[in-house]
Design a protein around this ligand. Structure first.
Ligand code: HEC
Length: 119
């Protein structure tokens, strides 16, 4: 039974919430809470928390999530949505630190650039 619960938590990132903050692999041991994180951290946060609704390229659009590649939002607006949530998107301010929100927002801006390059 515990095993089933554990694998559920791994397959459905949203359920990580239900399992408490220890389920967040982006909070590496001993990590200091200052200074900007590298964009690679944004990618790993994105694959943990956001892919389930937005897809790896930002274009999945589950639950009518906007296509992140086509979003016109500024970095500030993205940070706001990510921290406060909107519609079925949950608020991440209790889950991610401010700089994690910042770097994942920056990462979603990169998705846009990649999307444009593809066309
Ligand atoms: C449970 C599904 C879900 C998850 C998980 C999720 N989102 Fe969303 N997201 C949505 C939905 C739905 C919207 C559209 C909200 C609306 O406009 O009503 C949205 C909108 C957004 C927008 C605004 C796009 C635009 O231009 O309208 C950004 C940016 C965004 N999400 C980033 C993220 C990031 C970064 C993460 C991970 C930290 C994340 N989302 C996780 C469902 C989700």
């Amino acid at each position: 039974m515990i095993k089933i619960l554990t694998s559920l938590c791994l397959t459905i990132p949203v359920l990580i919430l239900a399992c408490g903050p220890t389920g967040d692999p982006s909070k590496a041991a001993g990590e200091k809470d200052t200074g900007p994180l590298p964009l690679s951290a944004g990618k790993s946060i994105y694959s943990t928390h956001c892919v389930v609704c937005h897809g790896t390229d930002g274009g999945l659009g589950l639950n009518e999530a906007g296509d992140l590649r086509e979003s016109e939002m500024t970095l500030e607006q993205r940070k706001q949505i990510i921290s406060q949530g909107k519609g079925t998107m949950i608020a991440y301010r209790r889950i991610l630190s401010e700089r994690e929100i910042e770097v994942v927002a920056r990462y979603t801006m990169e998705l846009k650039k990649e999307g444009e390059a593809d066309e």
